[in-house]
Design a protein around this ligand. Structure first.
Ligand code: ZN
Ligand code: ZN
Length: 218
């Protein structure tokens, strides 16, 4: 059983997930989650599909005892985060993630900094998932990221899919009052609520309810 049963990052057939919105919500109910977010990839959604997506999440949310939020996972590109204003204004919150193939950790941090400066962004998705492949940034680089996140009031997710960020980084977030979320990043309804790793690392880092972005709903 989870102490803070929430999953703030899941996908459906509205992007590259395999389940319907209702399937993700059903699994969240079965697993006793208090809060679930549907966060499909931004580049699958045009203005019409976005409206249908938001309407559908809200309709299923009405009949559920789970608090269901409608968000999106945007891509952090060299041109900025690909979540335009018309999209942002319809959503409860926005995750921004690096999905680009990069050569160095410095390039990665430059992209994340741009996302931290973006007013529409709420959460940085799977921060550091690329580091095992492109190299780990130095302490100074990470310090800059943490300072900026603190100054801009941004949150980080603890990704059970990619097992990032590490305990040290999460401890630093907690110390600075940077909020956190749990994320399965499930692309299949069966994976919804698979946030055991997120919670273990959060607890190990000394996290408490008030350190969670959505703590008020838990
Ligand atoms: Zn992602
Ligand atoms: Zn995702």
């Amino acid at each position: 059983m989870l102490k803070y049963p929430h999953d703030a990052h899941t996908h459906t057939v509205y992007s590259d997930g395999s389940g319907a919105i209702a399937d993700n919500i059903a699994t969240a109910e079965e697993n006793g989650l208090t809060l679930l977010a549907i966060t499909d990839h931004s580049h699958y959604l045009g203005p019409k599909t976005l409206n249908r997506y938001v309407r559908e999440v809200k309709r299923w949310a009405e009949d559920s005892e789970v608090k269901v939020m409608v968000g999106i996972e945007g891509n952090i590109t060299p041109g900025g985060v690909d979540v335009p204003e018309w999209m942002a204004e319809k959503l409860d919150f926005i995750i921004a993630s690096v999905h680009e193939w990069l050569e160095t950790p410095e390039e990665y941090l430059t992209l994340v900094k741009a996302a931290l400066m973006d007013e529409n962004v709420d959460v940085i998705g799977h921060f550091g998932a690329n580091f095992p492949y492109i190299g780990f940034p130095g302490a100074e680089g990470l310090e800059e990221i943490l300072e900026l996140a603190e100054a801009k009031g941004k949150a980080f997710e603890i990704s059970s899919r990619y097992k990032v960020p590490d305990v040290e980084f999460i401890r630093e977030c907690i110390r600075r009052g940077i909020k956190l979320t749990f994320a399965s990043d499930a692309h299949n309804p069966r994976g919804v609520g698979n946030v055991g790793w997120s919670e273990r690392v959060f607890m190990k880092s000394g996290g408490k309810k008030e350190d969670l972005l959505f703590g008020e709903f838990l």
